[in-house]
Every structure is written in C-alpha cells, then in structure tokens.
Design a binder for this molecule. Sequence first.
Ligand SMILES: [Zn+2]
Length: 219
Amino acid sequence: MTGILKKTFYFISFLIFLPACHAQQSTMQQKDSLEFSNKIVPDVIWRETYVALSHYPELKDTPIEIRFKKNIKKSFMQAQPKVSGLFKNRKNRSYFIFINEKFKIEDEIFDVTTVPSEVLIGWIGHELGHIMDYRDRSAADLVWFGVKYITSKKYIREAERAADTYAVNHGLGENIIATKDFILNHSKLSENYKNRIQDLYLSQEEIMVLIDEIHEEIN
Ligand SMILES: [Zn+2]
C-alpha cells in the first residue's frame, strides 16, 4: 500500500470508528445518570428496568436487586424480600426480583432476549407492584403472606391482582395489557398456563376499566 492510500485508509477507519465510540459513550452516560440509588440490575435489561422504575418514584431509594436464577417454578419472574433484612426497619428492607434464566413452557423456551421490550417493562412493573405491596407489611405479616401464598390459590389470586393493580395505577396499564397479550396469543403456550394467567391476574377488560378511571380522575 502506498503512503497516501494508507493515510486515506486510516482516516476513513477513524471516521467510521468515531461515531461508534461516541454512541457507546452516550449510552454509558445515560446509564450512569440513572437517578435511582440502591439498584443492582443486569446490563441486558437495564433500559426496561429504568422505564418500569421511573413509574414508581416511591421506590427511588428502596434497595432492589434483579438477579437471574435457574428453575423458578411456574413463573417467569418473582419478587421477594431479602431474608437477611426482613426484620430490619421496614424502610431499610431490601428486595430481590428473580428472573428465570430460561423459562420453558411446552416446547417454547423464553428468556429476556426473546420477550419484546414493552412486555418486559410490564413484567418488571408487575414485580415492582409486589414490592409496593410488601413495603406496607410487617415482617410477621410477610412470613404469613409467604405461607398463604404457597397454600392458598385464592390468596395467590389476591396477591397477583394487587400487583397488577399497582402497576396499572402507576401508569403501566398498556404494558400490563401487552404482557397478557403476549402470553394469551402465544400459540405454543399450554392452555393450562394460559388458564392460570386468566384465572389469577387482572383481565384485559378489567385493566381497561382501571385505565379509564385514572383518566377520569385526571380530567
Ligand atoms: Zn406476580
């Protein structure tokens, strides 16, 4: 390669490299400027988590760690208080949101990379709804909650509908509907799982009514 060609080559490479570098830097800055404290979030879902969290100003300082886990039974995500902090002052309590690394239903395997962003935001928003619910409970009440959740289907239904309601009332109604659509319109998911979702969570119609009520209150 002659000198002039070499120089042109480097210059062009530099021009190509520059915007890529700049783009990376701007996402870094965006991420570093998260106004939330005490959050541990895997890189692959920080955007969706950020959007969901921005609907819950009450959780701004609440310690929350989102962690991938293998083989969570029957669900894609799960929120729970950290046992170590259970008996601390309620304000200092911290929480886990576990996400199934691979969620297999029938032959279909899901993970966070195969779920659309708006659905993921709804899903995380629902888990944050559980945390809102846990915040108001004493340690003894939380232990009792755990026992009832394991043993009573009626109680699971109450807890799941409460979490959905928190999410809808915090402006995530469209996302919660998107999660239901995603599950119910997925042909490969089992009827069993779909029935479970329809039975335990708010229906699309109920969510629409809640959204309308919020709009009426604002107007
Ligand atoms: Zn739930």
